[in-house]
Structures are given as structure tokens and as C-alpha cells.
Design a protein around this ligand. Sequence first.
Ligand code: SAM
Length: 342
Amino acid sequence: MTVAGGVRGLDNGGVVVQAVALTIAAMSAAVRARGRRTGRNGESNRNGAAGMSRGEPLPAVERALYVVATPIGNLRDITLRALDVLRQVDVIAAEDTRVTAVLLAQHGIRARLLSVNAHNERRRADEIVALLERGSRVALVSDAGTPGVSDPGALLVRAVAAAGHAVIPVPGPSAAIAAISAAGLSAKHWLFYGFLPTTATARRTALDELARLPFALVFYEAPHRVREAVLAMADQLGDAREVVIARELTKRFETIHRTRLGETIAWIDADRDRERGEFVLVVEAPPSPDKPAVDDSHDATLALLMEELPLTRAVRLAAALTGAPRKRLYERALALKSKKDA
Ligand code: SAM
């Protein structure tokens, strides 16, 4: 499956929007009439039967650190609540103030910006705790997506919580969740790994540990490393394992493509543009042990190759010929050998 296209059309049609707005207004009035308690985040009742928010603007932004998710490409992917918070806080702590300034300008928001990045997060954490102590309201944003997800933020959040101040998430876009939502995963469970180590040895060790887990795996990768990353994945996780390449999500050249790890390089090489942009790689879970990846049909190929070649070379050739994971073929080869030797 490959999806490539322009920026999504977001025109909902005035009539429909008006009808929905009226319905929401009527629902809100009904909820108010029932006299439900309004919670901190504008929700009707956090523990109420429905547990639903009224979706109204915040009554007031209180003294707290708001962790606000921002778009991962399409600037319209920002929630109404995120805009409420960014409009009202006293300070916005941003990974790169220039990037955030563009987003704020798009929505006509003026704010005091403070840079918080991997290099100054510890020092800034003290300054932000001091701001909260003086009664300020602070928002934290990263360049794209959700702060703290492969982005700075965790250290600041811990410092603020340890100082006894509220930390309030304002959820929204994240590349990992967007990729998973469009990947059509077969696996029930997935593990978010983020970026693999950049050195070959450390990457191999990390992948070796992951290979044993019965989960789908979600990786972030930079364009200049995507080639070596998928080669290492094919090697350690098996050529036959399926992967969904989610590239440039929510942007003009958004691409979502399902293939096998062993076929990824050929797919990239077919169009050099496929190596550009931002990537999420979602690798399907390995087959469950009761569903072996290598059926007996590969035994004939293996047996033939093992007549002529040493075991490891026979396995390597069989993997290239069949696309089956090398590890599994190796296990079958050992089984065939011990049967023969018996
Ligand atoms: N905090 C962000 C989030 O919640 O997704 C992630 C920040 S991390 C520094 C940046 C990485 O996220 C990129 O290298 C890429 O792997 C992934 N990413 C971010 N935006 C993306 C997009 N539009 N399409 C695909 N991957 C994206």
C-alpha cells in the first residue's frame, strides 16, 4: 500500500460545522443544567459516568506546567485546547524558539518564549520551577509532536513535579501514533523504541535484544541513517519480517508503504526521493512460535545446498533464494543435519 499525495483537505463545510457547533452548545447547556462539577481541564467530571470533556475552552489556565503537543508537519494539526493553553500561558518553553514562533504566528499568538533544549534543560528546569513558584503559567512544546517522546522534556517534567507543581498534558500529534494508526498492524502489542544507536555494534546489540520480543517495534530514523538501519534490521530481525515505512506523515509527500525488511532497500532504490524526509519504521511482530516462519518446503532447498556447501553458506544462500529469516533457516539446517547424522 502506498499513499502519496498533497496536503489533506480540511474543509468540513460550513453547514455541517454549524450543525455540530449547535449540537455541542446544546449538550454543554444540558450538562451545565445538571450542575456537574467543572474540573481543572474544563472537563465535566473526570470520574463521571461518561467521563467526557465538554470540549470548551479552559475556564482559566492555572499555575502549572502544560506539556503541549504540536503538529508533526501539517500546521493545522493542533488541538483547540493546545491553542487555548498557548494563548493564555505567561511563558512558552520551546525546543527551538524559531520553529515555535512560526507555529504561533500562524495562529496569531504572541508569547514570551524561552528555549529549552537537550543542552540547557537542567538549568532551565530550575528557572521554570522558580517561575512557577512566582505564580506563572508555563507551557512546554518541542519542535514537532509530543514533548518527551524522543524530544527534551522529561527532565523538566520531573523537576516541576518534584517541586510540587502540577504537570498537565495537552495531548495531540506524535509521529509514532500517527504511523501506528495507519500501519494496520497485525500485532496486538507494540513497543516504541525511538532512535536506534548510531554505531553499528551498539545497533546490532539493541536489535538482537529486540528480535526476541513478541511485539511490533516502532522506530524513529533520520533520513541519512535509514538505509543502514533497515539493513541492520533485516540482518538481526530477519529478511521476511514485514515493515511499514511511514515517511513525511501529514506532509505533501506522505508515503505509507508495507514491504518486507529484505525488500526495503530495493524499494528505496527504485526512487531516490524515498530516502528523503522523516521516517517512522514499524516492524511487524515475529510470527508466533505455533506458526513457524519456515515451512517444510524450504527444507528441500536447504538440503540441496547443504550437499554442496558448508552449513552457514547454505543457510545464507537459502535465505537469499527464499526470503525466509536466516535465523529460522539456520535452525532448520541444524535439524536437518542432526537428522542426517543420526
Ligand atoms: N516528539 C516527536 C513525536 O512526538 O513524534 C518526535 C521527535 S523526534 C526528535 C523526530 C523524529 O520523529 C524524526 O526523526 C522522525 O523519525 C519522527 N517524525 C517526526 N515527524 C515525522 C513525520 N512527519 N513523519 C514521519 N516521521 C516523523
